[in-house]
Design a protein around this ligand. Sequence first.
Ligand code: C2E
Ligand code: MG
Ligand code: MG
Ligand code: MG
Length: 294
Amino acid sequence: RAKESGRDRYEVFTTVMHSEAFQKLRLENELRRAIERNEFILQYQPIVCLQSRKIIGLESLIRWQHPERGIIYPASFVPLAEDIGLIVMIDFWVLQEACRQMQIWQQLYPAAEQLTIHVNLSARQFNQYGLTEQINQILAQTNLRNANLKIEITESILLEKTSIANQILSELSDQNVRICIDDFGTGYSSLSYLHQFPIHTLKIDRSFISHLKMDSGDGEIVKAIIILGINLGLNVIAEGIETEEQLNFLKFHNCHAGQGHHLFSPLNADEVAKLLNNLLPDDADLFDPITIQC
Ligand code: C2E
Ligand code: MG
Ligand code: MG
Ligand code: MG
């Protein structure tokens, strides 16, 4: 049959090569190798107290330095890594690296002593009973104070209400590791869980911040989230601040802290070191989390 001619087989082959399934398989293999070959790096985005404009924390953000394709951002590989379960190993590496790095900065720079390191953990980590022990082990190994680690999770974990997730969150909070709800406002969760879980911080999703104008509907939502957070005794961080107008709005409405290109973009480790080195030793006591409460 004609289909079995060489040419047709070649065409079938190229179609397969370019199919989504094939691309996915290739990415999957490359991702597995990436762990072994140490192709991941972390950038760190400063989190700033809006009243004092001082840096109070850093969020670690993973990047994949692909040998051929250059820097790949998490949106292009984290979902796949979650699907195939690799995210567990990747996030374990991130936790270790972020804690190690923060502890070194704290030793080197007085201005870093009170900084919190924020680490994003995939919801998948919360199906594993060993997570608390893993985190404790990393904290012990790296010598970072528990209170200087903040875990960022999305609302979906709270929705699942699995007993494991619940137990892990309580254990972490008992050990003084703080929990931040990332992308707050985008999930479908009911607000009732907020006081059922030991949460420390709400991070308002950047989709609400990006269209922020004094008289917009998003402005009302942002105000409501800030008031909700404050009334529940939580710290509130706004992400994705890109303009002075957005910054002023958030500050005026008493949002505690912010993150975004208008303040600092995600930085490489050496850029963070320079930044911390240039801060006056005086600035250090302004980082006191008790006075700033961020
Ligand atoms: P996220 O945790 O909500 O992180 C904030 C994202 O917003 C980051 O994107 C950051 O670079 C970006 N961003 C910061 N300031 C601005 C701004 O002013 N405007 C805009 N438009 N964007 C801004 P990134 O680094 O591409 O990360 C995307 C997402 O990937 C993160 O969202 C987080 O959910 C996930 N992610 C990042 N690192 C990790 C990780 O180590 N583990 C896991 N499981 N997920 C991670
Ligand atoms: Mg985050
Ligand atoms: Mg976020
Ligand atoms: Mg977001």
